[in-house]
Ligand binder design. Sequence first.
Ligand code: IVH
Length: 681
Amino acid sequence: MTTAAPTVQLTDRAAYDTAVDQALAAYAEYEGGGDTTLADASYDALARGIAAYERAYPDHKRADTPTDKVGGGVAPTGDVAHTVPMLSLDNVFDATGLEKWDESLARRIGGPVTGGYAVEPKLDGAAIAARYRDGRLVQLIGRGDGARGEDLSHAIGTIVGLPARLPDGVTVEVRGEVLLTRAQFDKANEIRLAHKAKMFSNPRNGTAGTLRAKDRPYVIETTFFAYGAVGLDGVDFLSGESHEAVMAQVAALGVQTTGSSGVGLRVYSTPAEVQARVEEIQELRPELPFGIDGVVIKANDFAEQEAAGFATRHPHWAIAYKLAAVEAQTRLVSVEWNVGRTGIIAPRAVLEPVEVDGSVVTYATLHNPAFIRDSGLKIGDTVKVWKAGDIIPRIESPVTALRTGAETDIVLPEVCPQCGGDIDKSGERWECAGGVTGSCGLLPSLKYAVGRDQLDIEGLGVTYLEALVEAGFIDDLGDLFFLTREQLAQATGSEKRADSLLAQLDKARQQPLNRVFCALGIVRTGRTLSREIARHFGTMDEIRAATPEALAEVNKLPGANAPKIAAHIAVMGPVIDKLVEAGVNMDEPTADNSAAGGKPLEGKVVVVTGGMHGPLAGRNRNQMNELIESAGGKSSSSISKKTSILVAGEGAGSKLAKAEELGTEILSEQEFADLLGAHLS
Ligand code: IVH
């Protein structure tokens, strides 16, 4: 595998000077607000170009060059002295680079590595040192310039994975990376939107900004993974003689380490195995709940680390194997406005196609008008785009330095782009004033309602739905069940299709309440919550009678959601009445729970991974989750200590590895089917 890592070529002193200025400006911007106009990959490429030029022309090297600082200067310095310098890592980008690093390591330690190579993720956040004295977390310090870092102790209590107390009054300094998981990042931006604060452009900048912020009226939660530890105050708590052993000691204290990061910490004996693992991690990357920008490889044995020693800014015994950047620069061509199924009017960027991490990106979300306003984005701008896993690509910010003057303002819509009606601009998210009941969201909401995980009406695609709406045959979901054979034949152009759709509609009338409820497309609910609500209340009448307080009891709904859900259920009253009149089932079946064998998954948390075969063939995740819940279990999408069973199908990857690591019970499709017994039918 080779990962391209273009270096900016600096051919003369003027180009060098400009590059240093650019890098320093990015640094200053970062210090100012946690955001830089240079993409991280562009910064890296620039820094490498500067370093290459300085090696070729040492006389030209400027005193303020960012290459003399740990991390190339992109970190604010502070006033707390580090116990042991917090160093950076040297990089390699491909198998050849890895081999060369290994050869130089072997030269330094006087023979091949014998204690193995520890391999773990290179987490993309901010480095911190966490000082525990007598079992209490007393101080957090940023990396700063490596020798001194800023005091970040105000963030204590907001970082998942860094407990406030350690057992047995331990004194130790744990080092690692603080980051925003993707879920935390989205939540952070929700919170910021609600507080009218500028949205974070990516998790890394969000982490930096969050760690530094002191007097915010809201709290943003971040996550910590330790990748090292050092002694503190002369207390020698760490007895392990390898990276792996010390990390196990740290994990045993209750601190989250790279070992439980979803990638894990594994030790290999040869560089070829390390290379294979890097390729595996590259594959895992889209599935991870947080961003990684590479893989870190460390000589595992401390004696070998000591023999290898340090350069000025990085250890010789460790290396960062960088993975392809998940960000790129391109041009904003235009902005489209789409109306979602609940009437939300959302802007979408049309981009000049650009390759990001192996796929071509043409569209990116622009979130909402507030994001457009805050980012100052213009049509024609050069923009930074980033993508992580399967999430919708996002735009960070315009690169204003590259403006030509030909850029034009983004025109915000005056009327709903779909129905031409008024827009409700009272919130940060604009909505068609017709809202959830208006005609605007009708097509997307019908499409959702007939989908595989809701009413599962096969053969009723968007073309026929459009024809039915256009002919005036349906104004809402309820009307669907009153369609006549003639109407269906007219809209689909075939009597045969009409007959098969009538049969499908009959089948849909028998769907369990959770699917009928889900089909209503109630705001802030999806498949999982719909199942939980249906199970909790049992009948549609009970759901309709539920107060926001009663709804909030379902799976501890976030406070603000329950009233919104209750209000939308009330609004949907006439549609529900129509469905009842049409004979659509309004009960959640309990038969499964009384099936022979009782509830075989009672009290168990079950995670499914990989493709389902054999007795479970063809079941998608939602159907698997339905099955689990009907057998009394709780479905979950991620492995943790709370997971009781992992059902591992074909192609199971990181979840299987993590389950093995945690000692979770792992079942094949057949074993799981056997356990379910009668519930399967
Ligand atoms: S070890 C002496 N391990 O990458 C070795 N660093 O580019 C110090 N990072 O400053 C670092 N994941 O912020 C190490 N598993 C990992 C890491 C990691 C992320 C960061 C860290 C460091 C930077 C170096």
